[in-house]
Write a protein that binds this ligand. Structure first.
Ligand code: SF4
Ligand code: SF4
Length: 374
């Protein structure tokens, strides 16, 4: 793939990339921590949204503020803030999601001296009319607060342009997922991870061009290459996956990840935003209608039904559920998901992961045993 190296460099040097982008373009960099952040509003403010996804460094500073039984994502984000490695940020946005992110927000506000701090108090229950109205009000407030912090007027026209950009990005990533789902040999799981991760870091206008070219390139490749029907098709599910290393382990065991239900994957690009008048209401509509995270509520079994639908649609043989250690929302969700999968006759493997992930041999054996059973 022509642009893969650029995506890799962006992912490997995400903070260096953002610093350079700020220097070259003069754009303000706004960090965020959760996929419920409306990137469109940040883009419409002329700023650059950067998702912070934990740390690869040793966590020690964050330990003075957070219990060791907080997930490594939250502890890692705080570590990046306390260490000053993200001091180029002009501000940070914290959507109201799980308890850990809410507490992270408080600790960040009290201890990190750089950039503005914005909470986005989204509704938790998403299935009522009042929640829909409230979501619109919250986003309007966010638009005002962000505009004030960045000293810009966020216009409807700028919001509509940002919606067109994020829609195009989401359509391209979906097209890549679809092509690869039909023939997983088109690109490795690690490369797909890299591409999606880069999408949360990179300048969105450049990203849009690179993704469109990648789709075109993969379409040509798909026409040439024969589908490999011997692979055991798998869906990955969970909260986030910041572990590209697991893809080769699954692939080496004869499996292929053909779709996922992650905030760092398909949940990031599912649902487009209607284009037209009242852009804030349309952005709110997507946040209400997108595949739900267990830190929010729509119904009791919507997520399980979504995963079962994915299994059928993508012709998958099983589901591997990655549970980040100490992630309560997903841990509470899992038993019901497992029950629904059992009732539907879909094999599921639960894998608790942390930073760093367990030794390769240990994981490899577990993947091999699960795939052998399928
Ligand atoms: S799992 Fe929930 S809280 Fe975590 S990033 Fe996704 S939406 Fe946000
Ligand atoms: S939803 Fe889970 S993984 Fe995401 S921040 Fe909250 S506790 Fe951590």
């Amino acid at each position: 793939m022509k642009h893969l190296e650029e995506f890799r460099q962006v992912v490997n040097q995400s903070f260096g990339y953002a610093r350079q982008l700020k220097k070259d373009s003069g754009k303000k960099i706004v960090g965020y921590v959760c996929s419920y952040t409306p990137e469109e509003v940040i883009l419409a403010a002329g700023a650059h949204p950067l998702r912070i996804l934990g740390t690869k460094e040793t966590i020690h500073l964050a330990d003075s503020h957070l219990q060791s039984y907080c997930c490594s994502l939250v502890r890692g984000i705080l570590e990046e803030g306390l260490s000053g490695r993200v001091d180029f940020l002009d501000g940070m946005v914290f959507p109201h999601t799980c308890d850990s992110v809410q507490r992270l927000s408080d600790i960040w506000r009290m201890n990190i001296p750089f950039g503005f701090h914005l909470d986005l108090i989204l509704p938790v229950k998403l299935d009522t009319l009042s929640a829909q109205h409230y979501m619109v009000d919250v986003l309007q407030k966010f638009r005002t607060d962000l505009g004030r912090a960045l000293q810009v007027d966020i216009t409807d026209e700028a919001l509509k342009k940002a919606i067109r950009t994020t829609n195009a990005i989401r359509q391209s990533i979906r097209a890549i997922y679809e092509l690869r789902s039909r023939n997983p040999r088109l690109m490795t799981g690690t490369d797909l991870y890299t591409l999606v991760r880069a999408s949360m870091i990179m300048d969105r206008d450049r990203l849009n061009i690179l993704l469109a070219e990648t789709v075109a390139e993969l379409k040509v490749k798909a026409d040439r290459e024969k589908e490999d029907t011997s692979l055991k098709r798998i869906i990955l599910a969970g909260g986030i996956c910041n572990h590209p290393d697991i893809y080769p382990m699954i692939e080496n065991a004869g499996g292929a990840v053909v779709w996922d239900d992650f905030c760092t994957g398909a949940r990031y690009f599912t649902e487009l935003i209607d284009e037209g008048a009242e852009p804030i209401a349309r952005i709110a509509g997507r946040l209400i209608n997108r595949v739900v995270c267990p830190a929010k509520h729509i119904d009791l079994d919507g997520r399980a039904r979504h995963i079962i639908r994915l299994v059928k649609e993508k012709n998958a043989r099983g589901v591997i559920f990655l549970l980040l250690k100490f992630c309560d929302p997903h841990a509470f969700d899992y038993p019901d998901i497992k029950k629904s999968m059992d009732e539907a006759g879909i094999p599921v493997m639960l894998l608790e992961i942390d930073d760093p992930i367990p030794a390769e041999g240990q994981l490899k054996t577990r993947f091999e045993a699960f795939l052998e059973m399928l």
